[in-house]
Design a protein around this ligand. Sequence first.
Ligand SMILES: Nc1nc2c(ncn2[C@@H]2O[C@H](COP(=O)(O)OP(=O)(O)O)[C@@H](O)[C@H]2O)c(=O)[nH]1
Ligand SMILES: [Mg+2]
Length: 711
Amino acid sequence: MIVMGGSKADSARRGRGGRAGELAPDDPAAVRSVAIVGPMAAGKTTLVEELLAVAGVIPRAGSVAAGTTVTDHDPDARRQQRSVAPAVASLVHRDIKINLIDTPGCPDFLAEVRAGLRAADAVLFVVGTADAADGVAAPTSALLAECRRAGLPAVLVLSRLDHARADETAALVTCRRVAEGSGEVLVPVTRTERGTDGTVTVHPLLAGDDPTAEEPDDLRRELVETLIEQSEDEALLESWIGGEPVALDALRADLATAVTRRSLVPVAGVCAPTGAGLDALLDLVVDAVPPPTAHPPLPAHAPDGAGHAPVDPDPDGPLVAEVVQTGTDAQGSRVSLVRVFSGRLRPDTALTVCADPLRIPAPRDGEDPTGAEVRSGGETVRVNRVYAPLGATLREVPWCVAGDLCALTRLGPVGTGDTLCAAEDPVGLDGWELPEALLPVAVTAADRTAQDAMARGLSRLAATETTLRVERNEDTHQIVLWCTGEAHADVVLARLRASGANVEVTDVAVPERETVAGPATGLGRHVKQSGGHGQFAVCRIEIEPLPRGSGVEFVDRIVGGAIPRAYIPGVEKGVRAQLESGVTPGRPVVDVRVTLVDGKAHSVDSSDQAFQTAGALAVREAVAAAGTVVMERLYEVEVSVDDGQLGAVLGDLSARHGRVVGTEPGEPGCTHVRAEVPEQALLRYAVDLRALTSGTASFTRRFSRYEPVGG
Ligand SMILES: Nc1nc2c(ncn2[C@@H]2O[C@H](COP(=O)(O)OP(=O)(O)O)[C@@H](O)[C@H]2O)c(=O)[nH]1
Ligand SMILES: [Mg+2]
């Protein structure tokens, strides 16, 4: 029902974006790589789809609901009906190749957003105009902070203008409030008009021969004045004040400069399904978004960790490229999404791999590092073909120039974050940080076959799931998958099951320990003398509690040879083994001193083995007599929270039996809370804290010590 100025049909006739030459520009100036970032359901994937249709790359737009979009090509994305990984699709507009990097809005996939930002030179930040009022502020603020951290210029896209509740003024007010203090000026570059029949049209403000010739309306005046204010061209201001026409080209150039400098964020309205504003948005990307050559040099290091000059975006420099994401194709083979930062990547080349040290996971407390794929780098990989990705479709291209993106297959050991470079000038780009996976999910496999399938599945997942941590807990013997949230856990489990591992999710077990409540004694008698070679060992021990963290101390106070020297190590061994396996199964006894005070031996029937048994019996009796105190693991938690939500976070921590140790001011408007919280209360904290604060708070956790339950 709604058609916008015929632009959709015009562009479709142009039929651009499909021809191979246009998919592989030779000059970085002909490339724009933009990450599409924004809260969930803002319409990012739909926008990408409609832009591809407008540019004639695809005959018609698919839909998220039907699972037919180009960028939500992952089976898990289709099932969840939301993006779960960055996906790239390119189009050509006015002879410029635009790489659109669609990213997920769900906070679980922050790592994927960061990967998208790494691959990009600018951000199209999409905010839905329909839900501006109810709570986009928090997720918008969190994601804007990510974009700012990445240091990328941005365009704000106000989407879903066809919605009954669409209110772009409210959305802009929200975004301006969120961006306050950043020094960025948000200014509309389009005007939305609604017809009486509900049709939406979007007019670019910097269009026409001279935007200042006719009497400018308020929006146009605001834009021109903002641009002139930010311009270094004094003559512009004089012309404007003197009522003379201002050259459109000069304004466009100033817009591009201000965007690149990140002092200005142009705001464009779109209604993707009707095509309104799409051509204007593409024009804006071409005119205002900086080319890859404007990308600041990237910090880098030599493969041995020594210094290296930063990498410039030079198409004629040595090749430096980076794997920003690893996915799989329909056959399960790995597909690496690569951004070329310098030089030209050509087919049939051997490249040196410089592994990203940040991606080689360090073992954490109680974690077995052998589960992780250990990569050292320095190997050589062969690139056979270079592809331009269109979602899952790979189209072969003759090269990929600095600033452009490509897909490579069969890269063997190469993982996300690894640098690919020329053998003559090996270099590693300094990695980007990954968010920590803080939601534990315990899984079990029914039988031996399923366990093997799980082990295979997990090692395959390690390649694509950069944030997943696999822990084989030594205390509880559980396999725990550390995920970033429930949506991530859902993807991980689906992929694990798809690889043939029939796993079940179980409750995460929390290790506990015991200590004794006070001193006690115990007698261990292991006497069997009926027939043949007998067994004879008797020992008496005393047990007493020690300060926290002391472990187990064994003292021998035997005098006069009541137990011969040779058997005392046997007693100690039996005592220690029993304490380790616990008197209550699964709860090792710690922080105790066990003193061997007396005993009896037999010249023929005593043995080391018999004294081990007697030691175990004695310590069981002593622990039972002393009574026990159960101890749980206490974690030091650091929460970073907006001041407005500090009260809610503190209240929630105390409901979790957490003890606040201190609060300190963080970045402006933000507080760091340090607290000690029992492990059990932290199991779902990743999910709960996010829900409590709409995703704006974050936390870290570090094992502190064992403490008596409720103590
Ligand atoms: N009416 C309307 N629906 C839209 C628009 N953009 C997205 N949607 C719908 O909103 C839902 C979420 O869109 P999606 O593109 O997946 O959002 P994303 O999470 O930002 O990628 C889908 O059901 C879309 O069909 C729009 O401009 N108008
Ligand atoms: Mg999406």
